[in-house]
Design a protein around this ligand. Structure first.
Ligand code: ADP
Ligand code: MG
Length: 364
């Protein structure tokens, strides 16, 4: 168990990042620290492995005061995952994952075997082992970050907004993979996020923090929702609550026809097809491949000229997916596909919001 006993952190400039925090992090569970930006989540997390030294109070791990331990040893004994994965750009994926085991003196072969085993566990195909981080997608990089933190099989994992920088669909995949892994491994996890949805989905218990790391409530997600301790919590968990419950529903929204171009289309054709500066490229089976900007097409459309990164929503999916698709699309038009993955058309954010509002009105 990790125990915070009246822990505080003040900076010389007078900033009180964390005032006086007391709480217990039970073994084998996920404890989420959630709260608005600047409330002291990262500071609290980093005080656990002494990347930041508390200025008052103490933190114990299994009743041992961390201040009495060697800081480097303490750090290595806990997995640490951050946003953007924080991978070493000039090391291969395999070498990145093997970092801590090698530091701990494992022989190279054992460390590499472990790295490959972990890649499988977090859902990364083995052929990526020799690639470099920049050659992976954002979601894959976060999986590497998780694998690296797990490499030396630490009992404790500290995770600071590990899934915040990827798009919503990938984030959900990462969360699901993470929960499956945790069901198997049963680590003691402290997970920091500013996203109340994520906190509720992942946490066995959730610590809602407000400014200066003041603990507003510590409770399982269901209690937090049903019995918020005070107005701050009610406000925080209630924020977008209508949108959140709706976000799991599907409802009709208008799907407009979207003209498309194939790979190999000429700049001229792209220019004639584009609406609002963007044309959608599809393959022979009408599956969307990405958006293209006519000004960026060099002669003909190649897969390299495609703008990727926007998410695609299934028409049978939720309103939230449709909204994500619209908000993540460079054209502002969310790509909607049918069950086979073929293009149906596009929807604009405004239209999804209208559908959400209409559904909310019907339900109240
Ligand atoms: P969170 O992770 O919840 O966004 P942080 O723990 O990063 O918040 O920061 C908490 C507060 O401490 C913020 O007000 C931040 O500006 C302040 N802070 C963080 N690091 C320093 C520092 N080195 N010097 C002064 N203030 C800092
Ligand atoms: Mg932070």
């Amino acid at each position: 168990m990790i125990r915070f006993e009246s822990v505080g952190k003040s900076y010389p400039d007078g900033t009180v990042a964390v005032g006086d925090l007391s709480l217990d992090v039970p073994d084998g569970q996920i404890t989420v620290f959630v709260g608005p930006s600047g409330c002291g989540k990262t500071t609290s997390l980093r005080m656990i492995n002494r990347m930041i030294e508390p200025t008052s109070g103490r933190i114990t791990v299994d009743d041992r005061d961390t201040a009495t331990m060697d800081a480097a040893t303490l750090r290595r004994s806990m997995g640490y995952v951050i946003q953007h994965a924080g991978l070493f750009p000039h090391r291969t994926i395999k070498a990145n994952i093997a970092t801590v085991p090698l530091l701990l003196g494992w022989d190279r072969r054992r460390a590499e075997r472990r790295a490959l085993e972990l890649m499988e566990q977090v859902g990364l195909p083995a052929h990526l082992a020799k690639r470099y981080p920049a050659q992976l997608s954002g979601g894959q990089q976060q999986r590497v970050g998780v694998a690296r933190a797990l490499a030396a099989d630490p009992p404790i994992m500290l995770m600071d907004e590990p899934f915040s920088a990827v798009d919503p669909i990938v984030r959900e995949q990462l969360q699901d993979a993470f929960l499956r892994l945790q069901a198997e491994l049963g680590k003691t996890i402290v997970f920091v996020t500013h996203d109340i949805d994520e906190a509720i989905k992942l946490g066995d218990q959730v610590a809602v923090l407000q400014v200066r790391g003041e603990l507003a409530q510590l409770a399982p997600p269901a209690t937090l929702l049903a019995e918020p301790a005070d107005e701050f919590v009610a406000d925080f968990v209630g924020k977008d609550r209508g949108y959140r419950t709706l976000s799991f529903r599907s409802a009709p929204y208008p799907v407009a026809e979207e003209p498309t171009v194939p790979v190999g289309a000429s700049t001229d054709l792209v220019r004639r097809t584009a609406v609002g500066g963007w044309a959608l490229v599809t393959d022979d089976e009408r599956r969307p491949l990405g958006w293209v900007d006519p000004d960026k097409v060099d002669g003909t459309v190649s897969t390299r000229s495609l703008h990727r990164g926007g998410t695609v929503a299934s028409v049978t999916g939720t309103l939230r997916e449709a909204l994500d698709a619209a908000l993540s699309s460079p054209s502002g038009r969310g790509v909607i596909v049918d069950d086979t993955g073929a293009l149906l058309g596009t929807v604009q954010a405004r239209e999804v919001v209208d559908a959400i509002t209409a559904t909310a009105r019907r339900e109240t």
